[in-house]
Design a protein around this ligand. Structure first.
Ligand code: F6P
Length: 365
C-alpha cells in the first residue's frame, strides 16, 4: 500500500485535446488505489489561492471525449512569476511559490500531479525544494516536450490542421492563388510539418529553418511553369526569415512567453512583389487547433498516461513524468523534460520524405 493518500491535480498552461481523458484515467485509477484527488483549478491558481475543489470519479465520468479541461487551465498562474499590477497599474510579477507550499501543507496534500507542458514541468520541478512532491503528465499540441516521443493533443491539432489544408486546395485552385496557412506550434514546427505533409502543401516553413523568401517564390514559379497555377504554403507561427525575428503580437511580463502571430502575413507581404501574377491570401488557424474533441489517438494516450500517473503516485514515485517511449508508457525524471525542447531537424525522416516528394522548405539543406 502507498503512503500517498491525498493528491492535488492541475492542468497547467494552454489546454490541449486529451486533458479530460488524462483526468478520467488518473482520477478513476487513483480512487481504486485508495488515493483521494482534489483539483487545483486553473493550473496553479487553486494552489496559489489555497482553494482546492473535490475531484472524484463522478466528476470525470464520461469526459474523455471532451475537449478543454473540466478543472480549467491557465498560463498566467506561474507561482514563480505571478502577474500583478504595481502601484502605478503597471503589469509586473511576484514570486508566490511559498503560497503553493503552504496550501500543500495546510490541505495535507501528499503530492501534486501536474499535467502540462515545458513551463508547467519547469515550475513543478522548482517547487520540489519547498517540499512539494510531484508527478508530471506531458501535454501540448506543439509536441515539443523532450523526454517523451509524443504529447497528447498533438495528433488532434495535426488532424484539424490537415483538414483545413485539404479544404484550402480547392479554393486555391479555383482562383489561381497562393494560399498561406499559419499554424500553431510555438518554436517547434511539428504541426506545420505533419499537417503540411499530410495536406499536400507545396511549401512548408518551419521555425527551425530560417526561410529565404526568394526560394519560396522560385518554387511557386516552378509550379506555374508545370501548369500548376496555385500553391499552398503551410507556415509555423514561429517561423523567421533569414536574419529576422519571431513575429510577435504581444510581449508578456518576465517568466511568460510572448504571444506569437503574424508570420503568415509577413511572408505574404514579402512574397507580393516576387510573385505579382498571384493573389495571396492568408488563413490563420489559431485556437481551433486546440479546441474540440480529442481524436481517438489522444483519448487513448491520455487515458493511458492518466492511469500510469496514478500508478506512479501509488508506487511512491516523486519528481517523475510519465512518458511514451517506443510505444510503452514509462516514467522519466521530470528534469529531463525541462528546458530542452524537442525540435524538427533537417535529418528528421518526415523532412526527408517531404523533400523527396518535392516539398520546398525555403532553405538550402
Ligand atoms: O503551446 C500551445 C499554444 O497553442 C501554442 O501553439 C501557441 O503559440 C500558444 O499556445 C497560444 O497561447 P494562448 O492560448 O495564450 O494564445
Amino acid at each position: 500500500m502507498t503512503s500517498v493518500r491525498r493528491i492535488a491535480v492541475l492542468t497547467g498552461g494552454g489546454d490541449a485535446p486529451g486533458l479530460n481523458a488524462v483526468l478520467f484515467g488518473l482520477v478513476t485509477r487513483a480512487e481504486a488505489l485508495g488515493i483521494q484527488c482534489l483539483a487545483s483549478e486553473d493550473g496553479y491558481e487553486g494552489l496559489i489561492k489555497g482553494t482546492l475543489t473535490p475531484l472524484d470519479s463522478t466528476r470525470v465520468r464520461g469526459i474523455a471525449s471532451q475537449g478543454g479541461s473540466v478543472i480549467g487551465c491557465s498560463n498566467r498562474a506561474n507561482p514563480f512569476s505571478y502577474p500583478r499590477r504595481d502601484a502605478e497599474g503597471k503589469l509586473t510579477t511576484e514570486d508566490v511559490s511559498e503560497r503553493v507550499a503552504w496550501t500543500v501543507r495546510n490541505e495535507n496534500i501528499d503530492l501534486v500531479v501536474a499535467i502540462g507542458g515545458d513551463g508547467t514541468m519547469a515550475m513543478t520541478s522548482r517547487l520540489a525544494p519547498l517540499g512539494v512532491r510531484s508527478v508530471g503528465v506531458p501535454k501540448t499540441i506543439d509536441n515539443d516536450l523532450a523526454a517523451t516521443d509524443v504529447t497528447f493533443g498533438f495528433q488532434s491539432a495535426v488532424d484539424f490542421a490537415t483538414m483545413a489544408v485539404d479544404r484550402i486546395h480547392t479554393t486555391a485552385a479555383a482562383h489561381d492563388r497562393v494560399m498561406i496557412i499559419e499554424v500553431m506550434g510555438r518554436y517547434a514546427g511539428w504541426i506545420a510539418l505533419e499537417a503540411g505533409l499530410a495536406g499536400g502543401a507545396n511549401v512548408i516553413v518551419l521555425p527551425e529553418f530560417e526561410y529565404d523568401v526568394q526560394r519560396i517564390a522560385d518554387a511557386i514559379h516552378a509550379r506555374r511553369k508545370q501548369g500548376q497555377n496555385y500553391s499552398i504554403i503551410v507556415i509555423s507561427e514561429g517561423a523567421k526569415p533569414v536574419g529576422g525575428t519571431h513575429a510577435i503580437t504581444k510581449d508578456m511580463p518576465a517568466g511568460h512567453l510572448p504571444k506569437l502571430g503574424g508570420a503568415g502575413d509577413r511572408l505574404a507581404k514579402s512574397l507580393e512583389q516576387l510573385v505579382p501574377e498571384h493573389e495571396i491570401r492568408v488563413t490563420v488557424l489559431g485556437h481551433v487547433q486546440r479546441g474540440g474533441s480529442p481524436v481517438a489517438f489522444d483519448r487513448v494516450l491520455g487515458i493511458r498516461m492518466g492511469v500510469a500517473a496514478a500508478e506512479a503516485v501509488a508506487r511512491g514515485d516523486d519528481g517523475v513524468m510519465v512518458s511514451l517511449r517506443d510505444g510503452k508508457i514509462v516514467t522519466v525524471p521530470m528534469g529531463d523534460a525541462v528546458g530542452k525542447n524537442r525540435n524538427v531537424t533537417a535529418l528528421d525522416e518526415r523532412v526527408l520524405a517531404a523533400r523527396a516528394v518535392g516539398v520546398e522548405f525555403g532553405v538550402e539543406f
